[in-house]
Design a protein around this ligand. Structure first.
Ligand SMILES: [Zn+2]
Length: 61
């Protein structure tokens, strides 16, 4: 199983979907994406909690 996080699920009007094997990998990619696309350099604890609960288990992505 893999994990995926859709940018939309954390409140962005964005179709980007992040995929990874672990939560850490997801957060790493999410940070990169957020910095490039959304001008967001730091994640607040609130945002992290929100993102964590939006992560889904998927067969493949
Ligand atoms: Zn996005």
């Amino acid at each position: 199983m893999k994990k995926s996080l859709s940018c939309k699920d954390v409140g962005s009007d964005c179709d980007f979907v992040i995929c990874g094997k672990t939560e850490d990998e997801i957060f790493k990619k999410a940070k990169e994406h957020a910095r490039k696309e959304h001008d967001l350099s730091e994640f607040t604890q609130e945002f992290k909690d929100k993102a964590r609960s939006a992560i889904r288990e998927v067969e493949r992505c």
